[in-house]
Design a protein around this ligand. Structure first.
Ligand SMILES: Cc1cc2nc3c(=O)[nH]c(=O)nc-3n(C[C@H](O)[C@H](O)[C@H](O)COP(=O)(O)OP(=O)(O)OC[C@H]3O[C@@H](n4cnc5c(N)ncnc54)[C@H](O)[C@@H]3O)c2cc1C
Length: 513
């Protein structure tokens, strides 16, 4: 509990920094900032919400927070699904005023933005110039920011080819949460004479310290990012597997990765259960669709039509060999659904692809459990992932729908994401049960080797509770945290990392059934 007089003094000092239009402790504003897009958390009210405009202002806020020992949580678009960008008491730092696109450098293929810029605003600038950010942001990208993407290790459009948002990051400008409000730049920008054109060299890769940190290590104010020419020739193909056989899915995905390489912009698989659910909702004709296995969606891109034709040929050869799959068209389950073989960039579509999946039965919202697994583990881990829901069928609150993977999204190298979760009613009496099951499910996934990436509060805590970290790792983590944040004021709830002295072992929940 922070003393009211301390909060008031900090408020007055921060008001002098940002001006009275950009700080508030009004109830209606606290209420507006009390949630992310997550269902099971109760509303949480910060003591004040601040909207800085410059890095220097962020640094001053941090100094004042340290002076009064008041905790802080950074917030971008607030589109988090796991309680990451809300704060119980303390200072909520909304970065969305820091939304400038500072430089688009087409000669050296990088761009510089303030971290509060949204993916929608960025792509609107890049696309007309024939450029792309590679990873084009999460499904929430109209509201979500680059800073949120870097902090959440976000996957999204383009991730099969380009990886996670941190994978296309060359460096950041970040304000450390220490009493000095230190401002550092990483990547080649650590050399004060250099432009931010590359990530490695100059010094150790300190950029990595701030990637996927869910706002625990620093407040990112600027991002230096890779820029790519957008290959203009695109094609998409769909296939359906003849059997519900994840050995086949692994074999085909592995081959596509090996033989199509850079042409593979997107590769995702819809489990059979999901397609059947869609078919049940959509089929209007008298015929039941002939679907007996997962659907596979492939997006290809190339710099030349001839290269694209070779990719298409290759894909058909891999997929249709040995009759494991056949071509599929969405009209088999929904005659009204026309999906062209070629596609044009469409800003709206970029951020729509995920919305139906986030809330499979509106108006419920999903307790997300998205996690990465090695793709060779698909046959075994797809079964393990489903087993939790089978075992807990009767424990879920009535009316809950659990999905181990609404889609399996393939990443570079050999991994894929089970994009799943369960939905929960946003009603008081079901919240705690949903929250407890959510943590339990994450612990279960962590223990079979799953790797979550948007960690926020619920998931980062569950990872700690699962006992994922060795004692040596914990010590390292605490020491690094102490170096950047000696008073442990930035996002103290995440990972259960409340103070230097606290112990992860106090939160570990031993093996469960
Ligand atoms: C419909 C929908 C679809 C989604 N689709 C995807 C998806 O495809 N892939 C995916 O990965 N996620 C997805 N998400 C989850 C989430 O929207 C993304 O992870 C997104 O990148 C969060 O960005 P944001 O700006 O809203 O971050 P916020 O919610 O504001 O913050 C996210 C986390 O980052 C920290 N943070 C934010 N900005 C900074 C900063 N400048 N410095 C330090 N820390 C910071 C916060 O403290 C918090 O822990 C989806 C969510 C919704 C609602």
């Amino acid at each position: 509990m922070i003393k009211i007089s301390k909060v008031k003094s900090a408020y007055n000092e921060i008001e002098n920094v940002v001006g009275d239009d950009f700080i508030t402790d009004k109830d209606f504003m606290k209420a507006a900032y009390s949630r992310n897009v997550d269902p099971a958390f109760p509303d949480r009210w910060a003591d004040m919400i601040v909207r800085p405009e410059t890095t220097e202002e962020v640094s001053e806020i941090v100094k004042i927070a340290n002076k009064y020992k008041i905790h802080m949580v950074p917030r971008g678009g607030g589109a988090d699904l796991v309680g990451g960008s809300v704060s119980e008491g303390g200072i909520l730092i909304d970065l969305t005023r820091m939304n400038k696109i500072i430089e688009i450098n087409e000669d050296d293929y990088y761009y510089i933005v303030e971290c509060g810029v949204t993916w929608g605003a960025l792509l609107s600038e890049l696309h007309p110039r024939g450029l792309t950010s590679g990873v084009t942001g999460p499904g929430s990208g109209f509201a979500a920011t680059i800073g949120g993407g870097l902090s959440n290790s976000t996957a999204g459009g383009g991730s099969t080819k380009y990886g996670l948002v941190p994978d296309v990051c060359l460096g950041v400008e970040v304000v450390l949460p220490n009493p000095q409000g230190t401002i550092v730049r990483t990547g080649s920008a650590a050399n004060q004479y250099a432009t931010p054109f590359c990530r490695y060299g100059v010094a150790p890769d300190f950029t990595g310290l701030f990637m996927g940190d869910v706002g625990t290590m620093g407040i990112k104010t600027k991002a230096f990012m890779r820029l790519f020419p957008d290959p203009p020739y695109k094609a998409s193909r769909m296939y359906v597997f003849a059997k519900n056989n994840y050995d086949w899915v692994f074999e085909k995905a592995h081959k596509l990765r090996k033989e199509v390489g850079d042409g593979l912009l997107g590769l995702s698989v819809l489990p059979l259960e999901i397609t059947m659910m869609m078919a049940a909702r959509m089929a209007t004709g008298p015929k039941r669709p002939r679907i007996r296995g997962p659907l596979c969606a492939i997006n290809l891109e190339a710099t030349d039509q001839r290269i694209l034709d070779v990719y298409i040929e290759k894909v058909d050869e891999i997929m249709l060999k040995d009759d494991a799959t056949r071509p599929f068209n969405f009209q088999e389950i929904d005659p009204a659904m026309k999906r062209p073989d070629t596609w044009q960039y469409n800003l709206e579509a970029s951020f729509n692809y995920f919305h139906n999946m986030i809330s499979v039965a509106p108006p419920k919202v999903t307790c997300t459990t998205c996690h990465k697994v090695p793709m060779s583990g698909l046959p075994e881990l797809s079964k393990k992932a489903q087993q939790f829901d089978i075992d807990h069928n009767k424990t879920y609150p009535p009316g809950t729908m659990a999905i181990w993977a609404g889609v399996i999204a393939f990443m570079p190298n050999g991994n894929c994401i089970f994009v799943g979760g369960f939905n929960a009613d946003n009603v008081e009496e079901k919240r705690q049960l949903s929250m407890d099951l959510w943590h339990k499910k994450i612990r279960y996934q962590v223990r079979y080797g799953g790797v979550h990436y948007w960690l926020g509060e619920s998931i980062s805590q569950s990872i700690t509770e699962a006992g994922a970290f060795t004692d040596d790792f914990e010590q390292f983590f605490r020491d690094i945290k102490k170096t950047v944040d000696p008073n442990y004021l930035l996002s103290p709830n995440k990972f259960h990392l409340h103070s230097y002295e606290s112990k992860f072992s106090d939160y570990v929940i031993p093996d469960e059934e």
